[in-house]
Design a protein around this ligand. Structure first.
Ligand SMILES: Nc1ncnc2c1ncn2[C@@H]1O[C@H](COP(=O)(O)OP(=O)(O)OP(=O)(O)O)[C@@H](O)[C@H]1O
Ligand SMILES: [Mg+2]
Length: 808
């Protein structure tokens, strides 16, 4: 049996072969030796190399060589295995190809290589001989090779498909395209294609056997089309597999590389352990769903990112924040009302209104457990106990206390934090405080709310709006975390010295509680009960070593401090304690009882003087009541006249409103000069100068109108104002006295200054009713409708005032 060698060689030889021999049909003998071919079919018009090793094939070739070199190559029906395929005549197909042997090569092992050229198709009629070679009787079949239109079209199709297949298959050389195109003979083309493509034996044989050329082409086309389809699918599969593999390979490769790098840096185990630890901690925490999802996502990212990358640390910090924040951790409120009230009383004297409010809150909590924390705002002068009250409230409720000073804060990001995309981003102060508190229901004190700034970096007040809105603050979103945190359980307490610099929307969200300054009596109580014991302890003394008499404390309050609160008082008491402590420390200490007379030894000469009497002893000075951030205060307005005419000077850093109110006062007095009993031409002959000490402190506002008018009248009439009188009120050109603010603070200031008569606008009478009686004790209030009544009271009737008619 003979075996074809590989196809590639076949093409080369096909092209390189000498021109096919022209053998005429008549020259072909009837009986020829048979060359059985396994696994291939040899077609006419093609040149094929064949390897021959089996005895009958060898004998057949030998026989042909001794005769006219003609042989008939017949394919064998496919057999199970090589061994089974005997060279028996029964296995041969019925049709074969008469070939001429072009070349013969004898191999050293006795086998042969031959090159055969197919000449004609032949049908086997009978087997003439079996031994030593098979010989068969043949009929030569002439085939038509007419190029009809149909054949032409079929040929083009075939060429096209060949082009396609060649481009897709690596075992077919590119030259095949040009070869296929250049073939004119349709039969030749059909056979060439059938030779070159890897078709099944049955298929090849069928192409050989079919008589009709069109039929041949149709079969061929079907086979080629199928082949293209298979190739296409194969290509796609291959491509998919390829990308799959390259991706997997790449990842594997990178991972290995990463491992190597980490190993080199000695980091693998540690980092792994670190991530595991975070994972475990997260698992034990009770977190809102949103937070857990986000945390898990970040942990996943953390595993992927090598620890040397800066991103790693950023994610770690973020996860730390998630772990540390008390998402669901609350402290239990102490809802015992009596206990709470006791604690509040323990820490602060007075302040009943605030204490009541807190106890009320607790009472409501007792009834309804999920109430929102109220948002309180303590407003009052410095040192009146706003901040320390917050601490005390936290203690009474049994909650954590955190204080956040908003003073000077300008950047919105301080409240809400920076987005994580910024380097060094952090959560805002709210969440920082919560983390420090370790519970989600602390008492959070927003101190100095009136001193929040605002500029191009944003307005922190606006961020606070959300924090302090009970409807929104249960989903407070910090820029850094970008996760909703529930702030609704927090008890917010704001503090401020003045209300009007707080953004109105913010003010509106809070329940304002006013703390006014303390009277001397209250201060004495506060000092004996709280400040003195505290300072004694702070300076390392005990009650056996030092004692303050009531009179001494009063002396300190009156001669060494002038304030609404008790901060300076505490400082002065502290100063005395320090000096005593020093004596004990230097071993010369004896028990000390601090008496009023001894105070200058400790604190130096008197610092504050009751100025009113001294200052108003001359004509032209009137005592006004002012309201400042530090509470109320007295202020003196001086007026003087000098020869000249019609000029008015105003000094003492007066704001526009105050200057205008001074001019109005002058005009008001001039217009009524006669009625008041002043020379009608006083302004014609004199220059006036109004001055408000202390000249370095800016002052503004209309409430000193009546004071200025009084000072001018006193100066012109040369009658001094009563030194027990102080006043406040705006004045109009028609002489009407208009109401002003801060009455309570002003009254307290008057008391401190030893004033006994306070002249107020008539329309402020209601404000006075709200002041506790004990604060008003010893003060006579005069409610004036017009300048005449003011002057009456101020000069105790020593001016010959004719009542002018007033239209209010
Ligand atoms: N009624 C009071 N009873 C006992 N101590 C008081 C009272 N009022 C104030 N104090 C004490 O005075 C000191 C100053 O009070 P605190 O710091 O709370 O003032 P503040 O109102 O916050 O002032 P500022 O407006 O300047 O912040 C604290 O030590 C506080 O304990
Ligand atoms: Mg404070």
């Amino acid at each position: 049996m003979a075996e074809p060698t590989d196809n590639k060689a076949g093409i080369e030889q096909f092209q390189a072969a000498p021109q096919p021999q022209q053998v005429r049909v008549e020259d072909i003998p009837d009986v020829l030796p048979v060359l059985p071919i396994s696994n291939n079919v040899i077609f006419p018009a093609t040149i094929t190399p064949v390897a021959i090793g089996k005895p009958k094939s060898l004998a057949a070739v030998e026989g042909a060589m001794t005769a006219d070199k003609l042989i008939v190559a017949i394919a064998m029906r496919p057999a199970g295995t090589e061994e089974e395929a005997a060279e028996s005549a029964e296995d041969l197909y019925e049709y074969g190809t008469v070939c001429s042997i072009l070349k013969l090569l004898r191999m050293p092992d006795g086998t042969m290589r031959i090159l055969v050229q197919g000449l004609r198709k032949a049908k086997i009629e009978a087997i003439a001989e079996q031994e030593p070679a098979i010989r068969a009787r043949l009929t030569i079949i002439e085939e038509s090779a007419e190029r009809t239109r149909e054949i032409e079209a079929l040929m083009r199709n075939v060429v096209e498909l060949i082009n396609k297949i060649v481009s897709m298959v690596s075992y077919l050389p590119d030259e095949l395209r040009s070869a296929a195109m250049s073939i004119e003979d349709p039969l030749m083309l059909a056979y060439l294609v059938a030779t070159l493509f890897r078709l099944k034996i049955e298929e090849k044989q069928r192409i050989l056997e079919l008589d009709n050329l069109t039929e041949k082409y149709r079969v061929l086309l079907r086979i080629l089309n199928r082949e293209v389809e298979i190739l296409e699918i194969g290509g796609k599969i291959k491509e998919d597999v390829q990308t799959e593999i390259t991706k997997a390979q790449r990842e594997y490769y990178l991972r290995e590389q990463l491992k190597a790098i980490q190993h080199e840096l000695g980091e693998t185990d540690e980092t792994q352990a670190e991530v595991e630890e975070i994972d475990e901690r997260l698992a034990t925490l009770e977190l809102p769903d949103e937070v857990r999802t986000e945390a898990e996502r970040e942990v996943k990212r953390l595993r992927r990112i090598p620890p040397i990358s800066p991103e790693h640390q950023i994610i770690r910090t973020y996860l730390d924040w998630i772990i540390e924040l008390p998402w669901r951790v609350s402290t239990d409120d102490n809802l015992d009302l009596d206990r709470a009230r006791n604690i509040l009383d323990e820490d602060h004297y007075g302040l009943d209104k605030v204490k009541e409010r807190i106890v009320e809150y607790l009472a409501v909590r007792n009834l309804k457990h999920d109430t929102h924390g109220p948002i309180l705002c303590f407003v009052g002068p410095p040192g009146t106990g706003k901040t320390s009250l917050g601490q005390s409230i936290a203690r009474a409720l049994g909650r954590q206390f955190i204080r956040m000073s908003l003073g000077g804060m300008r950047d919105e990001a301080e409240i809400r934090g920076h987005r994580r995309t910024y380097i060094g981003a952090m959560p805002g102060r709210i969440l920082q405080s919560i983390r420090r508190a370790g519970s989600n229901n602390p008492v959070m004190m927003l101190d100095e709310m009136d001193k929040v700034g605002a500029d191009f970096r944003g307005d922190p007040s606006s961020a606070l709006l959300e924090v302090l809105d009970p409807a929104q603050n249960n989903t407070f979103r910090d820029h850094y975390l970008n996760l909703a945190f529930d702030l609704s359980k927090v008890l917010f307490i704001g503090t401020a010295n003045i209300l009007h610099t707080i953004q109105p929307a913010l003010r509106d969200r809070m329940e304002v509680i006013q703390l006014s300054g303390y009277t001397t009596e209250e201060k004495i109580e506060i000092a004996t009960k709280y400040l003195v014991p505290r300072q004694i302890e702070e300076n390392g003394l005990n009650a056996d070593q030092i004692e303050f008499t009531r009179e001494a404390i009063q002396r300190i309050i009156e001669a060494y401090t002038r304030e609404a609160g008790v901060r300076n008082l505490e400082r002065e008491i502290g100063g005395i304690c320090r000096k005593v402590a020093f004596k004990f420390a230097s071993k010369e200490g004896r028990r000390v009882v601090v008496e009023p007379d001894a105070i200058p030894d400790y604190l130096g000469p008197q610092k504050v003087f009751p100025e009113v009497a001294r200052r108003t002893s001359v004509p032209g000075v009137a005592t006004g009541l002012a309201w400042t951030e530090a509470g109320g205060d007295v202020l003196f307005i001086e007026a003087t006249k000098m020869p000249g005419g019609k000029s008015l000077q105003l000094t003492g850093q007066l704001g526009d409103v105050m200057q205008e109110s001074a001019r109005a006062a002058v005009s008001c007095v001039r217009a009524r000069a006669e009625a008041i009993g002043l020379p009608a031409d006083f302004y014609e002959k004199n220059d006036l100068h109004v001055h408000v000490p202390a000249g370095a402190i800016p002052k503004d506002g209309p409430s000193a109108g009546v004071v200025m008018a009084t000072a001018i009248v006193s100066c012109v009439s040369e009658i001094p104002v009563s030194n027990r009188v102080a006043m406040t009120g705006e004045i109009t050109l028609t002489g009407v006295v208009l109401p002003v603010g801060g009455i309570k603070e002003k009254v307290l200031a008057a008391r401190r200054a030893g004033i006994t008569k306070v002249i107020l606008p008539a329309r402020n009478e209601n404000d006075v009713k709200e002041i506790p009686d004990e604060l008003c004790k010893g003060i006579e209030f005069v409610f004036a409708e017009d300048i005449g009544q003011v002057l009456d009271a101020a000069f105790n009737g020593s001016l010959p005032i004719k009542r002018p008619k007033v239209h209010a």
